[in-house]
Design a protein around this ligand. Structure first.
Ligand SMILES: Cc1ncc(C[n+]2csc(CCOP(=O)(O)OP(=O)(O)O)c2C)c(N)n1
Ligand SMILES: [Mg+2]
Length: 257
């Protein structure tokens, strides 16, 4: 986008301070944005080339494939934990409101309920738009909660809400059978002494079906894209349980030095 295009797309007074700030700095941020985009494209290529193995997908591969499957109108809501770190590294949002990230509040468990709230709000917007004569399918972005298994379990009861309200929310679980972020600290700060960071999860796909939602379990890399596509196309509440490698851990953010 060149300077004229930015001015032409400046439709509201709300954008003017941004334009003035950009003009004042000579659009110097562009090089930074382009470098970051280049870096992300390289990281995406690396992630896609490293899918991991059966029962132990690489979590960054999961996020890269998810990013490729989603479209420009879709909204992703992130839970916290390692899954959120991999997601932030790989997800490219199409909308300015297309990525809702609660992780700086460390809000483990918020992913599914926030996604339900977002989807309910969009449904109201769509109903109003339809009343005003908007074409069918207006604003039909999908809403995806990306969560770890620990976070998902904290508010799993909200699946009932989503099914009852007939909301097409898709929960994608990076399932490492544990509190991966806690494992990260235990590995880095406590000499890999593991205490209470492993979980014995139920089969989340089967659990979803018991709630009346759709459920998919992904054990092999080649099952991932078809499961995500089916869950997104179903138009119903769905859970995609992806078995990721429990030993692929992010460096902890706040490790003591
Ligand atoms: C309500 C709440 N409980 C506990 C924590 C501490 N905590 C931060 S990340 C994390 C691990 C979350 O595990 P999971 O959702 O499976 O994500 P993973 O790190 O394994 O990807 C925990 C317990 C928190 N931030 N908030
Ligand atoms: Mg986990």
């Amino acid at each position: 986008m060149d300077d004229e295009e930015i001015e032409e797309s400046d439709e509201g007074a709300g954008m003017r301070p941004v334009r003035y700030a950009c003009e004042a700095c000579g659009y110097a941020w562009r090089a930074e944005v382009e470098a970051a985009q280049q870096e992300q494209a390289e990281a995406r290529a690396r992630a896609l080339a490293n899918p991991g193995g059966p029962g132990a997908l690489h979590p960054e591969y999961l996020m890269a494939v998810l990013s490729g499957v989603l479209g420009p109108n879709d909204v992703v809501v992130s839970d916290s934990g390692n899954a959120a770190v991999w997601l932030r590294a790989q997800y490219e949002a199409g909308l300015t409101s297309g990525f809702i990230d609660t992780t700086n509040f460390s809000a483990v468990g918020s992913g599914l309920p926030v996604a339900i709230g977002v989807r309910a709000g969009l449904s109201e917007d769509e109903a109003r738009a339809a009343e005003a004569g908007a074409p069918a399918g207006f604003g039909a972005g999908r809403v995806v909660a990306v969560t770890g298994d620990g976070g998902f379990m904290l508010n799993v009861a909200e699946l009932e809400t989503s099914v009852r309200e007939r909301l097409p929310v898709v929960a994608v679980i990076a399932n490492d059978f544990g509190f991966g972020n806690v494992r990260s600290y235990q590995r880095t700060v406590y000499g890999d002494r593991r205490i209470a960071s492993d979980l014995t999860n139920p089969d989340f796909a089967a659990l979803a079906r018991l709630f009346g939602a759709d459920g998919y379990r992904v054990e092999r890399p080649d099952e991932l894209a078809p499961a995500l596509q089916a869950a997104l196309a179903g138009g119903r509440t769905a859970v995609v349980d992806v078995l990721v490698d429990p030993e692929v851990l992010c460096p902890p953010l706040h490790a003591a030095r």
